[in-house]
Design a protein around this ligand. Structure first.
Ligand SMILES: Cc1cc2nc3c(=O)[nH]c(=O)nc-3n(C[C@H](O)[C@H](O)[C@H](O)COP(=O)(O)OP(=O)(O)OC[C@H]3O[C@@H](n4cnc5c(N)ncnc54)[C@H](O)[C@@H]3O)c2cc1C
Length: 392
């Protein structure tokens, strides 16, 4: 077990991170390669995650017996990703949706879904991206038109979403829709519908480079009917702001995944560099390889500190889009570089599909693209820097 840094957490949260780390070493790392090659949903591991309370970590204590701080949630995410990034992905969108429900849901919506989300009985996905684009979310085309009034009112939904992770196994899909396409500013015409199985067609699983085992799907709405009671918060026009506030946690979660994959790549490279000998000595003693390892360890450590800093901001109730954006940007780029350098250190063995190294290399780019690309993170960071500068 390595890479577990629980300093600063209360004892009970330390125990949770350590228990997950031990489980990852015992149950996940030995079989992640086979599971991902099979490209099947990891039902058994997901069931064990449910038993450990992992799906309830980011659900507030009012509804969850396993609620923890965001710092603890990030460290658990890191441990899951150290074993297999796809497992950390299974709690990513789920946790963002739980947070949005806890912050903005009506009391009825909260009681209906949050207790079952805390146990993992209901797992949630979030559907923002559309075939026409994922960066400019105010330009979404999926349309929801209210039909009827009172308790029988429904939304009639038309449009499509793409790259929606966990969609096939989700009991709830928080879906970004346009309720008023003419609204100005554009974001004031956007709402979130809490879509349940049977209300949308999950039309296709997309083939992908990495992040296998959990599915990323196309969704098709064709006159689909969703009860008006499933409008998050019960008020139209709030969806964009709600998602943006939830994405702070999402970006910390994606950054924590990058730390986990980076740590796994570093661990494997460090072990290999001590076993493999060339020119009569272990390869870490060649300065070029030693320098790579030193830089890799520094990048992973710096990434973890940025993640914990952003998580601490969320725990303190501070607006943390700047810190979350920085953590996501830095940790994902560092992870990609560390995964490549781990492959370099392994020579041909790093290219073998029989070792985990090539999986880290295939999983790393998701963290650069997902939860807002790194180009979008830079836009968020600089906008916030200027705002803060003007405020001071
Ligand atoms: C494996 C995987 C899983 C995913 N899971 C989900 C999910 O569960 N739910 C979900 O909603 N989405 C999901 N996504 C989608 C992801 O969020 C989007 O791919 C991402 O937001 C980018 O959108 P896009 O692919 O449409 O790229 P585009 O928006 O078309 O952007 C294309 C390129 O242009 C750049 N660009 C665009 N606008 C700007 C700008 N203003 N300034 C600078 N550069 C810009 C982008 O950075 C990118 O490099 C997933 C994606 C992948 C690959």
């Amino acid at each position: 077990m390595s890479g577990v840094d629980v300093r600063g957490l209360p004892e009970d949260e330390q125990a949770i991170v350590e228990a997950v780390a031990t489980w990852v070493d015992r149950e996940v790392r030995p079989r992640a390669g086979d599971l991902e090659r099979a490209q099947e949903y990891p039902h058994a591991l997901i069931d064990q995650m449910k038993e450990m309370g992992v799906f309830g970590l980011a659900v507030p204590g009012r509804w969850s017996e396993s609620a923890v701080s965001t710092r603890c949630f990030a460290l658990v995410t890191e441990q899951l990703a150290r074993g297999w990034m796809s497992l950390a992905g299974a709690i990513g969108g789920h946790s963002v949706v739980a947070l949005m429900l806890a912050r903005y849901g009506t009391p009825e919506q909260q009681e209906r879904w949050l207790p079952r989300m805390a146990t993992g009985e209901v797992r949630a996905a979030m559907a923002l991206t559309e075939p026409s684009g994922g960066s400019d979310l105010q330009d979404i085309r999926t349309r929801a038109v209210r039909d009827g009034s009172g308790s029988d009112a429904e939304y009639v939904v038309d449009g499509s979403k793409t790259w929606i992770t966990n969609a096939r196994h989700a009991g709830l899909i928080a879906t970004l829709v346009k309720t008023d396409p003419q609204a100005s500013p554009r974001h004031s015409g956007i709402s979130i519908l809490l879509v349940e199985p049977g209300q949308v067609e999950v039309s296709r699983d997309l083939p992908k480079l990495g992040y296998r085992g959990v599915e990323s799907c196309e969704l098709s709405f064709a006159g689909s009917r969703v009860p008006a009671g499933n409008l998050l918060g019960g008020e139209e026009g709030q969806g964009f702001a709600h998602f943006m506030s939830g994405l702070e946690l999402g970006r910390v979660q994606v950054a924590a995944r990058a730390v986990g994959v980076g740590q796994a790549a570093l661990d494997d490279a460090l072990a290999y560099a001590q076993q493999r000998e060339t020119f009569g000595k272990p390869i870490w003693e060649h300065q070029s390889v030693g320098n790579l390892l030193a830089d890799m360890a520094t990048k992973v450590h710096a990434s973890r500190l940025l993640v914990l800093d952003a998580a601490a901001g969320i725990d303190a109730g501070r607006r943390s889009d700047l810190e979350a954006g920085m953590a996501k940007l830095f940790a994902s780029e560092a992870c990609m570089q560390v995964a490549l350098d781990a492959m370099r250190i392994h020579g041909a063995a790093g290219y073998s599909a029989e070792l985990d190294i090539e999986r880290y290399f295939r999983d790393a780019p998701l963290m650069i693209v997902g939860e807002g690309t790194n180009e979008i993170q830079r836009n968020v960071i600089v906008r916030r820097l200027v705002e803060r500068d003007r405020e001071s």
